[in-house]
Design a protein around this ligand. Structure first.
Ligand code: HEM
Length: 373
């Protein structure tokens, strides 16, 4: 029996020699079908598919700018502030890199939140994407942890006192509270030991965690392909799809370049502040407040009465937010249509809108709050 010679699908030409060399050793051509198989559905909600990619780009940008900052930053209470001052004033484009890192962190968390709500409203967490959702929630928490730990690193007055308040909050919990507070602080109060801990968390522990979660998240997205929202499914599915590689990725790239241009412009017009150096013995300045993404929780704790049914208000508040965090993690298992014919319900859509409304309202109240009235 004659068999047709198997066509070699690998690229030819000059570059091909390098490709063959690598492919023979690494086996890249085995993963190419996996990379190429992804199709992106085109429908009226397709825009939201770009947001996760945007968060991914910003994550990469944070790693790149963060590494550059490490070449000058000194993680000690004596040298941190001065090293950042030097970077802003003396190092060529140091101010730009620091400002992009600072604005980029805010934009990344904003994009992760937009991505979370869009995924929630499009019900993209339904089976088999439960783990994609859970790794996403993990990423959001890790990103917030990166924001919290990074805030202290310039060792300026505002960051110092905001971190004192921020680490005081878990400290109100009975039994474990003081232990958690002292573990975070590396002692009773904020000191050089806190800076060392936050630095270790910010540049190694949390980025390593984020990296693993991002890898798993993106691998799962690649494995399951993009989901189609229930409304589009019910209307007979998307009319057409486009190839992820290269068509969707090229559109992603346009968005990434635009984001980079906007970030660079914002960084140039509004460079990151440094303020004055932290002085642990100075009185706390007025207007201490957390980063915007913690504001709604901070404001909620402010409004809670001292005791609710004999329990400290703050303790109940913290437990409440912990419970909401757990519910968020398990949304794919809680929002389960019952019965074989059941359509996904509206309850979780309303809950998502209610949560969004709550976050927006309490963030607004936090920024307009006047403690003297
Ligand atoms: C830094 C944080 C994050 C990065 C870098 C990231 C990245 C991505 C990327 C590149 C995609 C594919 C494109 C898209 O659907 O937008 C995706 C999809 C997805 N993400 Fe994220 N993500 C992050 C956070 C989150 C969060 C906070 C959640 C929700 C809790 C989440 C849940 C999902 C789900 C369920 C999908 C699948 C969407 C579908 O199949 O339609 N992600 N993510």
């Amino acid at each position: 029996m004659r068999t047709e010679p198997v066509a070699d699908a690998r690229p030819r030409g000059r570059v091909a020699a390098a490709w063959h060399w690598i492919d023979d050793r690494v086996g890249l051509s085995a993963v190419m079908p996996f990379m190429r198989k992804k199709e992106v559905p085109v429908h009226r909600h397709s825009f939201w598919y770009y947001i996760g990619g945007m968060a991914l780009f910003l994550f990469g940008l944070q790693i790149a700018t963060g590494i550059l900052l490490l070449f000058y930053y000194r993680p000690s209470a004596e040298g941190a502030y001065e090293s950042v001052q030097f970077l802003m004033a003396e190092v060529e484009f140091g101010w730009l890199i620091r400002s992009i890192h600072s604005w980029g962190a805010n934009l990344m968390i904003f994009m992760a939140l937009v991505h979370l709500f869009s995924v929630m409203l499009l019900k993209a967490y339904r089976a088999p994407r439960e783990l994609t959702w859970m790794t996403g929630v993990g990423l959001l928490f890790v990103s917030m942890g990166l924001g919290f730990t990074g805030y202290l690193l310039p060792w300026n007055e505002l960051a110092f006192f905001a971190t004192r308040v921020g680490t005081e909050i878990p400290g109100v919990m009975p039994v474990v509270g003081p232990f958690i507070r002292n573990l975070l602080r590396g002692g009773e109060d904020i000191s050089g030991a806190t800076l060392t801990r936050f630095y270790a968390l910010h540049v190694s522990v949390l980025p390593a965690l984020a990296f693993m979660l991002v890898a798993l998240h993106v691998l799962l997205v690649q494995r399951h392909g993009m989901s189609v929202p229930p409304g589009i499914e019910a209307a007979g599915g998307p009319k057409r799809t486009i190839k992820f590689f290269p068509h969707f990725l090229l559109r992603d790239l346009v968005g990434w370049l635009a984001a980079l241009a906007i970030l660079a412009a914002v960084a140039a017009f509004f460079p990151a502040h440094l303020g004055v150096k932290a002085d642990p013995f100075a009185p706390a300045p007025a207007g201490i407040r957390p980063e915007w993404y913690f504001m709604f929780m901070f404001q909620t704790l402010r409004y809670l009465p001292a005791t609710i049914m004999g329990v400290e208000g703050d303790v109940l508040g913290i437990l409440g937010f912990g419970a909401v965090g757990l519910v968020l993690l398990f949304v794919p298992f809680l929002d389960r249509p019952r019965g074989p014919e059941a359509r996904p319900g509206k309850l979780w859509t309303w809950l998502a809108f209610a949560a969004l409304g709550y976050i927006l309202l309490f963030t607004y109240l936090g920024y307009t709050f006047n403690p003297t009235t």
